[in-house]
Design a binder for this molecule. Structure first.
Ligand code: PMP
Length: 344
């Protein structure tokens, strides 16, 4: 018999996929790590497992304990599935601006979801601080009952990528990798993978691709954490250097606007059959920028973080897109016409 012991064993060991358009456009081999194939549907299953395993090892999470976290959604989904498999309940604090699909998925996993207003990190009512206070309150009433995962500043996040995602990419490319690029939310992926690849070969170029509404591009390019513009992408960008991001060996930064990343999301659907979320569009666009920087003939790896279905009501909603100044994809305009025709 061949089987995995539990859903936990389905996390990680994702394949690399050659990205056709990006590779042909640049003369490089641009490969995407298919993190949307994780059981919870995103790269954050890995961070969730890393944070939980580290907490168990430190004695910060005991059987019957409750995991509390502030998250844009995907980490919560990862924590909920890992928690259910291992016997921990989850309370997730999330900004109300995040996609309906992520909130519904969390509830479907049985997690308790608390939505809060989206306010900056410096505001004490930011979702991260609310989640920290919630866990502290629970621990005051019942010591040791709650574990605050703290994905942004708990470096067990990047450590897990250093021991899983990084080695997988090195093995899968046979060490023939010249560059790695991805966007950063917590920075766990970029720091963990970046550090591993640099350990193996210091010449591998590590790049961050940053959307509008984030300060990371300006921080790395100009030495000033200045937030400019906005983006419909979720789960990426930051206005501070988290403890995880502080470990990222960043060589170069690219600013990727929605008008570049979102059309790329649509072209990957129609041209390659890959239905991905907005952060994957930022990552693949970043890989194209890095390929242009390195020149033809190089191998560049990036991350396909989650599925576009997680953002269906936004990415495939012409009114929403137009309200954000983005052009709906041609196939969506065609669908609207067909629906109208069906009404007649
Ligand atoms: N893409 C998506 C869709 C995410 O949810 C996240 C995590 N918030 C990231 C990318 C960024 O990953 P990391 O937190 O490791 O920087």
């Amino acid at each position: 018999m061949q089987y995995r012991e539990s859903v936990i064993d389905l996390i990680g060991n994702t394949p690399l996929i050659r990205l056709k358009e990006a590779s042909e456009e640049t003369g490089c081999e641009i490969l995407g790590k298919a993190e949307f194939m994780n059981p919870g549907g995103s790269i954050k299953d890995r961070a969730a497992l890393g944070l939980v395993r580290d907490a168990e090892a430190r004695g910060a999470l005991a059987p019957g304990g409750v995991i509390v976290e502030g998250t844009a959604g995907n980490t919560g989904i990862g924590l909920a599935l890992v928690g259910n498999a291992l016997g921990y309940r989850c309370i997730i604090v999330m900004p109300e601006t995040q996609s309906r699909e992520k909130i519904d998925t969390l509830r479907a996993y049985g997690a308790e979801v608390r939505l809060v207003k989206a306010v900056p990190y410096r505001n004490p009512d930011n979702y991260v601080h609310v989640s920290e206070r919630l866990a502290a309150g629970m621990n005051e009433t019942s010591p040791g009952s709650a574990f605050w995962a703290n994905q942004f500043d708990n470096t067990a996040n990047q450590a897990w990528h250093h021991s899983t995602t990084g080695p997988e990419i090195w093995e899968q490319t046979g060490g023939r990798i010249d560059g790695f690029v991805c966007a950063a939310g917590t920075g766990g992926t970029l720091a963990g993978v970046g550090r591993y690849l640099k350990d193996k070969n210091p010449n591998v170029m590590i790049a961050v691709s940053d959307p509008g509404g984030s300060g990371l591009y300006n921080h790395y390019a100009n030495g000033e954490m200045k937030v400019e513009g906005s983006s419909i992408t979720e789960g990426i960008g930051n206005s501070r250097i988290t403890a995880n991001m502080a470990e990222a060996p960043v060589d170069v930064a690219f600013r990727i606007e929605d008008r570049e990343s979102i059309p790329r999301v649509y072209r990957m659907i129609t041209g390659e059959g890959l239905l991905l979320g907005g952060s994957s569009g930022v990552n693949v666009s970043g890989a194209v920028h890095l390929a242009r920087r390195l020149g033809p003939g190089h191998v560049i790896v990036t991350v396909l973080c989650d599925s576009g279905l997680r953002y269906q009501q936004r990415l495939f909603n012409a009114d929403y897109l137009q309200s954000k100044g983005l052009e709906p994809p041609e196939f969506l305009q065609g669908a609207a016409t067909r629906d109208e025709a069906a009404d007649v």
